[in-house]
Design a protein around this ligand. Structure first.
Ligand SMILES: CC1=C(CCC(=O)O)c2cc3nc(cc4[nH]c(cc5[nH]c(cc1n2)c(C)c5CCC(=O)O)c(CCC(=O)O)c4C)C(CCC(=O)O)=C3C
Ligand SMILES: [Fe+2]
Length: 380
């Protein structure tokens, strides 16, 4: 640990609270349709796709695992902070379901909080994972200002995709998933790193205009995922002694109209191609997600697993980070790091891989809204 880092990681001032900001999901069958309406309002998702996605939720009793996972993360963060003497209350609010962001911010204001650090449960750059959350924050702040709290300030913490507290648990999970495969296919098993597909155009413009990850094909979204995939593949090679295990970044959970290009290949097409190519087994590693929510439970554990069974291709799926203690420690470090920065103190930023630590404050032109420009919070 560098000298610049140690003395500055002493307190959360100027922050007086942390907000865990997430997607939200339905918790009962009657929640499913209103939830999907919240998600897709004004976003041009075909009715047919909505019906289809509704079925995924009904298959699980209308309950998405995401809220329970966020409750667990919230509890784990509170425990981690308490154990490390960090006296910083942690709140939770969502974009698409209760507890709604605006209600949580109202509660935070009523509790006297004014300067709020925000952790979005999305590790990478991009409109859906970053800017849209900042637009949601701007909307909520506007409402709170009308209600007599114009003084609230929110700072979104930097992208954590390349933080060791996010990457290291995924390395362990990949090694564990390999061990679940029949012994005879383990050494030959290939890795399929998966993330949410997004429209090509959204991927192209993801990140800051001056981001080192930009200026090459794919934009920041793909470049960041490739960096993480490379890190995990290298570490897994070292841990398993298999040096040349093939890996690829693939995509899942495509929605949107068929004529609009989204990132490919899809995981199911990829499994088919791998099988045809003679792959003895595939481990799916969902690096795009922080918990085993519906995109993982349905699109991978249900749909992709069924596809693999049809093909007779052995597959295993690596766990997501969830509430791993290394991840909660990383969140604490990110809060303390940003707090020190805001106080004007020097601080080293922890990051693995080739791209370096991400920016603290997004540029106004970061990850542009694909539909129409809208105000976003936490930008310069
Ligand atoms: C990049 C990205 C992440 C990863 C980053 C992050 O984690 O934030 C993510 C996460 C999630 N996406 C989720 C659910 C949905 N996403 C949808 C639709 C869309 N996602 C998109 C992108 C992303 N989405 C996009 C470009 C659309 C098209 C419409 C639009 O431009 O907005 C739809 C509509 C129906 C459909 O699938 O077509 C649903 C239901 C859930 C909750 C799961 C649960 O309930 O457990 C989570 C965590
Ligand atoms: Fe999504």
């Amino acid at each position: 640990m560098s000298d610049a880092r140690k003395p500055s990681l002493t307190g959360a001032a100027p922050y007086d609270a942390l907000l865990l900001l997430s997607f939200g999901g339905p918790e009962a069958p009657e929640d499913v349709v209103p939830f999907l309406e919240n998600v897709t309002r004004g976003r041009g998702i075909p009715q047919q796709r909505l019906k289809e996605v509704g079925k995924h939720y009904f298959l699980f009793g209308g309950v998405s695992p995401i809220n329970e996972q966020n409750r667990q993360l919230l509890a784990a963060l509170r425990k981690d902070f308490a154990e490390h003497g960090l006296d910083l209350p942690v709140y939770w609010g969502n974009r698409n379901w209760a507890p709604y962001l605006v209600d949580t911010l109202r509660e935070m204001a009523a509790d006297g909080h004014r300067r709020i650090a925000v952790l979005a449960t999305s590790a990478y750059a991009g409109y859906s994972g970053c800017r849209q959350y900042r637009e949601n924050l701007a909307d909520a702040l506007a409402t709170l200002a009308e209600e007599g709290h114009p003084e609230l300030r929110v700072d979104k913490l930097r992208h954590f995709y390349n933080h060791p507290g996010f990457v290291e648990p995924m390395i362990d999970a990949t090694v564990a998933a390999l061990a679940e495969l029949p012994a005879e296919v383990r050494a030959g098993a290939r890795l399929a790193f998966t993330t949410h597909s997004i429209p090509d155009a959204m991927a192209e413009t993801s990140g800051a205009p001056d981001d080192p990850a930009r200026g090459r094909p794919g934009g920041a979204y793909v470049a960041q995922h490739l960096d993480v995939a490379q890190l995990i593949a290298e570490a897994v090679a070292e841990r398993t002694g298999v040096a040349d295990r093939p890996w690829e970044l693939v995509f899942q959970s495509r929605s949107g109209a068929p004529h609009i290009p989204w990132l490919e290949p899809d995981i199911c097409d990829h499994l088919e191609a791998q099988h045809a190519d003679g792959a003895p087994a595939v481990v799916m590693v969902p690096i795009g997600f922080v918990s085993d929510h519906m995109e993982v439970k349905y699109d991978l554990d249900t749909e992709a697993v069924a596809k693999a069974a049809d093909l007779g291709l052995p597959v295993a799926r690596a766990a997501t980070v969830g509430a791993d203690p290394r991840f909660t420690a990383a969140v604490r470090e990110l809060v303390l790091e940003r707090a020190a920065t805001e106080r004007g103190e020097p601080v080293a930023r922890c990051a693995l891989g080739a791209l370096g630590p991400s920016h603290d404050v997004c540029a106004v032109a970061c990850c542009p809204n694909p539909r129409a420009p809208r105000p976003a919070a936490a930008e310069r």
